[in-house]
Design a protein around this ligand. Structure first.
Ligand SMILES: C[S@@+](CC[C@H](N)C(=O)[O-])C[C@H]1O[C@@H](n2cnc3c(N)ncnc32)[C@H](O)[C@@H]1O
Length: 227
């Protein structure tokens, strides 16, 4: 997401963070995220623009609670290949999508830059190999995975898409749940599956107060890699 858009769309919980929290981010994360911030931005706009990063790294339990109350629509999961040898989840968080890859793949790798989210995932899904990395530079050989997936993490970013393609085997699939700008993917020939947006399950009120209205993933774009 572009910085201006992230500032405009920052959920109400941004007020719980301050510029000092940006300084508390791990160095590599702060450097990566600050590279998106145009020069001369105010402290308030930086905090708003980095809201989600602050949550993933400094309030991981909050993200985990949100993702538990925003389950992925089952019809979308049904569209995934039923059985593969190797699957990758990029930007895996605490494992909302990863858990569904475990039942479909002999081996699963989860890339997640947030240490606390990786720790939650590793505790819940001990068969999954957690890896700390960025989607823009995946530490895997070309063609390593038959299924490369992500949920809620990416849009049409050329650096990310080129890495997702590179690590996916010839004939393998890339599946992006709740991508940014799904129409862009559809125009590029990706299959787009959308289900009706459903009401989130019963959930604590603080989730709406902090994150705004809940929006469980109800869209998937998918393509098959052919070289
Ligand atoms: C919206 S959360 C989704 C988490 C998980 N996929 C899920 O569905 O619950 C986005 C995740 O992507 C991770 N992330 C953000 N930027 C990333 C990047 N450039 N490379 C890899 N992961 C990234 C964040 O740390 C966060 O855990």
């Amino acid at each position: 997401m572009e910085f201006d858009e992230a500032v405009d769309k920052a959920p109400p919980g941004w007020r719980q963070f301050a510029i000092e929290d940006v300084a508390r981010l791990p160095d590599a994360v702060r450097d990566h995220e600050m590279a998106r911030v145009p020069p001369g931005e105010s402290e308030e706009r930086i905090v708003r623009g980095l809201f989600w990063t602050l949550v993933y790294h400094l309030a991981a339990d909050r993200w985990d609670e949100l993702s538990k109350h925003e389950p992925i629509a089952p019809e979308l999961l049904d569209a995934l290949p039923q059985r593969v040898d190797s699957a990758l989840d990029v930007g895996a968080g605490s494992g909302r999508l990863t858990q569904h890859l475990v039942s479909r793949s002999h081996s699963v790798v989860a890339v997640e830059p947030s240490y606390p989210l990786r720790a939650l995932l590793a505790e819940r899904l001990p068969s999954v190999r957690p890896v700390s990395a960025w989607a823009e530079a995946l530490p895997f050989d070309a063609g390593s995975f038959q299924l490369t997936a992500a949920c809620g993490a990416f849009g049409p970013d050329p650096a990310v898409l080129s890495e997702l393609r590179r690590v996916t085997a010839n004939g393998g699939f890339i599946a992006l749940f709740s991508p940014e700008h799904p129409d862009w993917f559809e125009h590029q020939g990706w299959k787009r599956i959308a289900t009706a947006a459903t009401a989130p399950p019963e959930h604590p009120q603080w989730l709406d107060q902090f994150f705004g209205p809940l929006d469980p993933p109800h869209e998937l774009v998918m393509t098959r890699v052919a070289r």
